[in-house]
Design a binder for this molecule. Structure first.
Ligand SMILES: CC(C)(COP(=O)(O)OP(=O)(O)OC[C@H]1O[C@@H](n2cnc3c(N)ncnc32)[C@H](O)[C@@H]1OP(=O)(O)O)[C@@H](O)C(=O)NCCC(=O)NCCS
Length: 171
């Protein structure tokens, strides 16, 4: 469990299912996520997701708890093979809670956690080019723009550039 000024980052629990569906079942979130983020977000999908991430060691996927309820998720995923020293960061926040600085607060905490919990040197995020809010979050938390990959994303029937941002472990 990680506590920040306003948030608790903790494991998902079956009690969170209603919140997960209430906030996760939103096209405005899904359109910015990989296709493994379900839309519509069904009870079945929510149950599978929570069961997967109820217990992990080390923990990779956290519920973002704000004012007593789970309002989003943040995850850090160490890569494999020659990419073993890298981890990808992903996150979403329920729409009623946007623009309060909550993602920024959660991302800062996860950078700190990620470099301690995993033997990694670099954390990166892959942002769809149209996702200006996420670009803002990633820039505010100290990531550096690395690359624009041309039309690597195919989402909802359209191609889109992918922006790669990274932050390196401080020596
Ligand atoms: C991206 C997301 C996590 C941001 O969450 P949040 O809690 O609102 O983020 P914060 O409040 O910390 O910061 C958002 C920043 O983006 C800015 N912003 C929001 N919408 C914007 C837009 N359409 N254009 C430009 N900037 C925008 C806000 O003003 C704020 O910047 P500021 O602090 O300089 O004012 C949230 O919008 C979300 O869940 N989106 C859908 C899922 C997603 O995109 N996940 C990330 C995939 S890479």
């Amino acid at each position: 469990m990680i506590k920040t000024e306003r948030l608790i980052l903790r494991n998902w629990q079956m009690d969170d299912l209603d919140s997960l569906l209430k906030y996760g079942n939103n096209f405005n979130i899904a359109k910015n996520m990989r296709n493994r983020f379900p839309h519509p977000y069904t009870i079945e999908a929510g149950t599978v997701f929570i069961k997967l991430f109820e217990k992990e060691d080390p923990q990779k996927v956290f519920a973002i708890e704000y004012q007593g309820g789970a309002i989003g998720a943040i995850g850090i995923f160490q890569q494999e093979d020659v990419y073993i020293k890298n981890a990808e960061l992903g996150y979403w926040i329920g729409e009623p809670f946007w623009n309060k600085g909550l993602a920024t607060e959660a991302v800062k905490a996860m950078i700190n956690y990620g470099f301690k919990a995993f033997e990694i040197e670099r954390i990166y995020a892959a942002v769809f080019n149209y996702n200006d809010a996420s670009k803002k979050v990633i820039e505010k938390t100290g990531f550096t723009f690395e690359a624009k990959l041309h039309n690597t994303i195919f989402k909802n029937g359209e191609f889109c550039d992918e922006l790669i941002y990274s932050i390196w472990k401080k020596k």
